[in-house]
Every structure is written in structure tokens, then in C-alpha cells.
Design a protein around this ligand. Structure first.
Ligand SMILES: Cc1ncc(COP(=O)(O)O)c(C=O)c1O
Length: 469
């Protein structure tokens, strides 16, 4: 027998030293987030090229490895910083990093309930909190996913199983022209032909038009299609529009459709003061997608799907096999019974720990501030004749363009974005709405406060002045 060596088992002293090294590295980074530029891609391609390398045969010291990582982190969008107002910001509450550390260091198996019953309960409890926060009744169940796209996929499959059965290609799915493209992707992955998607028009505030929904359902029925699902937006990515849930629910109920709320961006605003009225109807939906890595400010990699009738989620996902018979007891449900995954990280801890540590009140307060900041930015830009606002913020997005003839506004918009971002204090992104170029400020980081939104508005005003004269 060869003498055992243990290259992968550092002793406790070494573990401590390694952990301190990593903690110092991370703390220095997090503590300086506010001073770091809002993005920095100078030299990123060269750096990237330098990281295309072969597999190392022998190990290197941790400090040296972290030094390779340091510039790779720096040369990127500062998505965790206070100036990140692009796309849908997340933030990265630190408690989730601690949770991930504990979860991966202890490496317990949570895919089936029997393998770590109390840990599985922690995750189930955290998911139950989400159901409660969304106003869903007892009997609802959920699952944590890697993000909103996967949640929407599982929701679509669940609705398909419940309403159509195995022969489903004649099913029809209703969504609006502002619905996130991951819903179309989910439909494709779930086996639906393109023709199953009915993309409906929106009103002047980018919300689905209920009358158009009703008419499309009737037309499809008359053509022999089977309408079964409407995906309502609770905060669109472009402008943060919230579809009229009560009317959508009424129509869907009358025609026997499943209502799924894509609340990946907007759902957590229900926690903010006045949020229940703002998102009225979400508590009546059949399923709800949430992204804690957006509206709860957690690090990327955490989505959730909540289903009103939890047993539907089970019916859509449960399979069994003899090799899990020891741990998958009759009658007990594991996460594998509710989702496409079996082995996976103990992701429940990254939701549970921040809520335990800070309490939901801290999140309510932060979400309220984000709504107020978006409105603050909106009002400043609205009162400036050089800007045309696309809509009053329904949540925390202010979308706008330069007030100029269409062609000129579309031509100057990208230059305005480039100039504002080049100041490196904030980072904004653009989109197209109704075929026209638009800029957006999306306030959704717990690190973003009035000073940074003020910087964004000031930069926009100064650069718009320089461009329009
Ligand atoms: C409204 C909406 N739905 C779904 C998604 C997809 O979520 P994820 O990126 O977590 O997969 C997004 C992402 O921005 C979104 O804004």
C-alpha cells in the first residue's frame, strides 16, 4: 500500500490561515465598493486572454491564486456597488456569502428530505416565508431555483401538466410584448411550438391590455387551440410595468387558464410600505416567480417559484427510483420532488440567514427607499425639458429618452449613455421600447442611496445639455 498523503485535507491551522486570507481579500473588496468605479473594462480582454491556460499539474499558494483573481474582479461592471443602476441590479447582501460559506464547507445533502431533515426544513421554512410574504394561502409550496428563468420554466411545465396533460402542442400561452424573453425560451424548452405564444399589446403604460387577452382567448378557442396559461408581468424589465392582475385573473378564471406572475423583478416590492396595494392580485395567482437575487438584494444565483396548489408542483416534477429508497420516504417530499434538480447546493441558507440576521423589516425599509429614489429621479428628469419620460415609475425604474425628433433622439441616446457611464460614478443601461431607443435608471441595490441617484441625474442633465446645446 502506498503511504497515504493528504494533499486535499489542510489541517485546522492551515484552514484558519486560508480562511483569514480569503476573508481579508473579500472584506477589503466589499469595504471599498463605494469608491470603486461603476465599471472598468480597460484591459479586460488582455486579462481574459491571460487566463486561458492549461490545467496546473501542481498547486500554488493561495495568495498567489487570489492575486490572479483580484484584477479579474476589478475589470468588470461593479454590479455590487451603489452606482449600478443598469438592467435589474441585485446587490449581494453579505450574509448570503456567509451562508454559502457554511453551506459549502459543511456540504450536507439536501436534495432528498431524509438526508438532512432539519436543514431541508430550514429551506422549506424560508420558502414558506416567501409564500407568506406574497400572501399565498396555506397549501402553497415553492422551490428555490438558480434564477427567474428556471422558475418561469418550472411554472410553465407545472401549468402545462395541470391544464393540458401529455398531449399539449395545441396549447396557447398569453404574454405581453413586454414579457421577459425567458418565458418564450421556457415555452420552447418545454416543447411548445412558436405558434403557441400569443404576444399581446400593451397600453400606454406598458401593461397588458385585458380586452386583448379576452379576445385572443376567444379567437384561439374558436380555432381549436387550447388556451391554458397567461403570464402576467409584475414589474417588466424595461420599465417596471405591473400588468392589471385583478382583470387578468378575472378573465383567466372565466376561461379556466392558469395565471403565472413573473414577479422576478417586482414581487418583493409587496414588502414595501403600500406594496400590497401596488401589487394587488399577486396573492391570487396560481404561481409566482420571484428573484431574491433581485428584490431581496441577495447575490446572483437565487430564484424562487411559488405555487398556490403545492401539490401541482409535485405532480409536475416527482419521479422515483430504487436507489433513493433509503432516504426518499413514502409521503415525505424533498426538493427533488418539486424541481428538475436532484443534487444541488444548500441554497436555502442564503435566503434564511439574511432574514434571520436582519429581519424582514430591514428589507421592507430598503425596498421603500428604492421606490422613493426612482420617483425622485423621475421627477427631476421630468421637470427638465431635455428629457421625455416614458412613464411615471410604477416600481423602481425610470425610463426616458432625449426630447428631440425621433431620429435624433435615437442617434444621441447611445452617446448620452456612453458619456454618463464614462464618468464611472453610475452605470446605466438602455433598451428599446416600441422600437425606439430608451435609457433607464433602475434602483434596486441596497447600497444605492440618494447621493448616487443624484449623481446619475446630474450627469444626465449635464451631458444632455452638452449634446442638445
Ligand atoms: C421580469 C423578469 N423575469 C425574468 C427574468 C430572468 O431572471 P434570471 O436572470 O434570474 O434568470 C428577469 C431578469 O432580469 C426579469 O427581469
Amino acid at each position: 500500500m502506498p503511504r497515504p498523503t493528504r494533499p486535499l485535507e489542510p489541517d485546522p491551522l492551515e484552514l484558519e490561515a486560508q480562511t483569514r486570507t480569503v476573508a481579508d481579500f473579500v472584506i477589503a473588496h466589499v469595504a471599498s465598493l463605494g469608491e470603486q468605479p461603476s465599471f472598468d473594462l480597460v484591459g479586460a480582454e488582455e486579462l481574459r486572454a491571460s487566463l486561458r491556460e492549461g490545467v496546473p499539474e501542481t498547486g500554488r499558494p493561495l495568495d498567489a491564486v487570489l492575486e490572479r483573481l483580484r484584477p479579474a474582479i476589478a475589470k468588470s461592471y461593479n454590479t455590487a456597488g451603489p452606482g449600478y443602476l443598469a438592467y435589474i441590479p441585485g446587490g449581494g447582501v453579505y450574509a448570503s456569502a456567509l451562508a454559502d460559506f457554511v453551506a459549502t464547507a459543511t456540504n450536507r445533502y439536501v436534495g432528498v428530505a431524509g438526508a438532512a431533515p432539519a436543514l431541508a426544513q430550514i429551506e422549506e421554512t424560508a420558502v414558506g416565508w416567501l409564500c407568506t410574504l406574497m400572501g399565498l394561502p396555506s397549501g402553497s409550496r415553492g422551490i428555490l431555483t438558480s434564477g427567474g428563468s428556471l422558475s418561469n420554466f418550472s411554472a410553465l411545465v407545472t401549468a402545462r401538466e395541470e391544464r393540458l396533460g401529455e398531449d399539449f402542442r395545441d396549447g396557447a400561452i398569453y404574454l405581453s410584448e413586454e414579457t421577459h424573453h425567458c418565458v418564450a425560451k421556457a415555452a420552447r424548452l418545454a416543447g411548445f411550438p412558436r405558434s403557441s405564444l400569443r404576444t399581446l399589446p400593451t397600453d400606454e403604460r406598458f401593461r397588458l391590455v385585458p380586452a386583448a387577452l379576452e379576445q385572443a382567448i376567444r379567437e384561439d378557442r374558436a380555432r381549436g387551440r387550447r388556451p391554458f396559461l397567461v403570464v402576467a408581468n409584475v414589474g417588466t424589465t424595461n420599465t417596471g410595468a405591473v400588468d392589471p392582475l385583478p382583470e387578468v385573473l378575472r378573465i383567466a378564471r372565466a376561461h379556466g387558464l392558469w395565471v403565472h406572475a413573473d414577479a422576478a423583478y417586482g414581487g418583493f416590492f409587496r414588502l414595501a410600505p403600500g406594496g400590497e396595494a401596488l401589487l394587488r392580485g399577486i396573492e391570487e395567482c396560481d404561481s409566482v416567480t420571484l428573484d431574491p437575487h433581485k428584490g431581496l438584494f441577495l447575490p446572483y444565483g437565487l430564484g424562487a417559484l411559488l405555487v398556490r396548489d403545492g401539490s401541482a408542483l409535485v405532480r409536475a416534477h416527482r419521479e422515483s427510483a430504487s436507489y433513493v429508497q433509503d432516504v426518499a420516504e413514502e409521503g415525505s417530499l424533498g426538493f427533488a420532488d418539486l424541481s428538475p434538480e436532484l443534487s444541488r447546493d444548500f441554497r436555502g441558507l442564503r435566503l434564511w440567514l439574511p432574514l434571520m440576521l436582519h429581519g424582514v423589516a430591514a428589507f421592507r425599509e430598503q425596498l421603500g427607499e428604492k421606490l422613493a429614489l426612482a420617483r425622485w429621479a423621475y421627477e427631476r428628469l421630468r421637470d427638465d425639458p431635455r428629457f421625455e419620460m416614458l412613464d411615471e415609475p410604477q416600481l423602481s425604474v425610470a425610463a426616458f429618452r432625449l426630447r428631440a425628433p425621433a431620429e435624433e433622439a435615437d442617434r444621441l441616446g447611445p452617446e448620452l449613455l456612453r458619456r454618463v457611464n464614462a464618468r464611472r460614478r453610475v452605470f446605466l443601461s438602455s433598451t428599446r421600447v416600441g422600437g425606439r431607443y430608451a435609457l433607464r435608471i433602475c434602483v434596486l441595490s441596497f447600497r444605492t442611496h440618494e447621493d448616487r441617484v443624484r449623481d446619475a441625474v446630474l450627469a444626465l442633465k449635464e451631458e444632455a445639455g452638452a449634446l442638445l446645446g
